[in-house]
Design a protein around this ligand. Structure first.
Ligand SMILES: Nc1ncnc2c1ncn2[C@@H]1O[C@H](COP(=O)(O)OP(=O)(O)OP(=O)(O)O)[C@@H](O)[C@H]1O
Ligand SMILES: O=c1[nH]cc([C@@H]2O[C@H](CO)[C@@H](O)[C@H]2O)c(=O)[nH]1
Length: 372
């Protein structure tokens, strides 16, 4: 949408002096504070300013906006067999996690400008999470700070790395309401892709889909887990479809409302149902069996790459980020999916949700190693 002359003048002033108060801007523009507020709202709607603040939007068409969960992940790994009722020896570590946050960090690690829309508490884990995510290169200016606690995901793994028990406490994501998204419409507009995870409420997800349709930004939906992933159903029934859906087999079954055996034929049948509802691409994760990518007329089966598995948490998030990074670099969907599997291989080898070893060079090396 084109800017008015007055809006262009205001934008130039904000660019030159980003810390100006509304009063200063009004004085320099020779207008009232109320008029400045009206122009700022309009500039935000048109995508020239980000969020509510006077932040000039980067003119970067490659930006990906990621909306959903941000948690602190706490992992404990036993050194021997679990004995209930006693203190078991083990190792423990803590690192930022959350599906949307992980996708955003993986994108940034791969050189794609990533903007996170999530919610964290005003507590120390919230401070740490924001600091580390920003340090990894993610734009965190749209993250909501709440008075309550930051979401957490606490998992205990046995000595071989199998998950024994997990506790997810992620209420902060409830603060991502339709109104919170409206306030951040400027960030969405002009982005190359949006990503939403299944932690969003059905109402917020449906609203995000309608905003994406309005501003013509394709949305990838990452369902996260079976009951939560089914939050896409009201939108699908209402005729709003994401561009791409990336379920695992159980999540795919929940989306089509029936059992789906993990065979290529059965998967194709279920995937076609999603295409029939307007979804253009479906990428089904099959754990160590790899994945099946369907872009309507074209179906590709991809193998997982060999890996020394330590902890699979976050592998799906890395896969999605590397896929989008490769699409943005001009790769075909099938080749981009191969990049996704290389990123997943690096991630399953780390105890953290995002592999500290993921870089464009490490990804290229993993892809080359996998060349037949
Ligand atoms: N045991 C394994 N060996 C090798 N690669 C694996 C293994 N498990 C997962 N992967 C890799 O990670 C990718 C994603 O894992 P999976 O399909 O289990 O997704 P997921 O169920 O969403 O996992 P998560 O929720 O932990 O991200 C796989 O497609 C594969 O490339
Ligand atoms: O049930 C869940 N387990 C794990 C997570 C989060 O997923 C991330 C990995 O995809 C992980 O970092 C955790 O915070 C979640 O949102 N729900």
């Amino acid at each position: 949408m084109p800017l008015t002359e007055r809006e262009r003048d205001l934008l130039a002033l904000i660019r030159a002096a980003p810390l100006s108060t509304p009063e200063e801007l009004a004085r320099r523009l020779g207008t009232s504070r109320a008029a400045v507020n009206v122009h700022v709202s309009s500039l935000t709607r048109k995508g020239a300013l980000l969020g509510r603040g006077y932040v000039v939007a980067p003119e970067n068409p490659a930006r990906v906006v990621v909306v959903g969960g941000a948690n602190m992940d706490v992992k404990a790994r036993l050194l021997g067999p679990a004995v209930p009722g006693t203190s078991n020896p083990g190792t423990a570590s803590q690192a930022p996690g959350g599906v949307a946050r992980n996708v955003a960090e993986n994108l940034a690690r791969l050189g794609v400008p990533a903007h996170l829309i999530a919610a964290v508490g005003g507590d120390a884990p919230g401070d740490l999470l924001l600091r580390e995510t920003a340090a990894a290169g993610v734009d965190v200016r749209s993250v909501l700070r709440l008075s309550g606690p930051t979401g957490s995901y606490t998992a205990v793994l046995d000595e071989s790395g199998e998950l024994l028990i997990a506790v997810a406490a992620m209420d902060a994501t409830d603060a991502l309401t339709p109104a919170a998204l409206n306030d951040r419409l400027g960030v969405l507009r002009g982005s190359a892709w949006a990503v939403a995870d299944g932690n969003l409420s059905a109402e917020t997800l449906t609203h995000l889909l309608s905003l994406c349709t309005q501003v013509d930004v394709p949305l990838v939906f990452e369902p996260v887990s079976v009951p939560k992933g089914a939050r896409l159903l009201p939108a699908l029934r209402g005729g709003l479809a994401p561009h791409t859906v990336t379920p695992n087999v159980a999540e795919l079954a929940a989306l089509v409302g029936r059992d789906v055996p993990d065979t290529p034929g059965d998967l194709r049948g279920a995937v076609d149902e999603l295409h029939g509802l307007g979804v253009q691409a479906v990428w089904v994760r099959r754990g160590e069996r790899g994945s099946l990518l369907s872009t309507g007329g074209h179906v590709t089966e991809l193998p997982a790459l060999p890996a020394q598995v330590c902890d699979v948490t976050g592998a799906g998030d890395a896969m999605l980020a590397a896929y989008l990074a490769a699409l943005l670099a001009g790769e075909t969907p099938a080749e981009a999916a191969r990049h996704g599997h290389a990123a997943a291989a690096l991630t399953v080898e780390s105890l953290h949700a995002v592999s500290p070893t993921l870089t464009p060079a490490a990804l290229r090396a993993r892809l080359q190693r996998a060349q037949p």
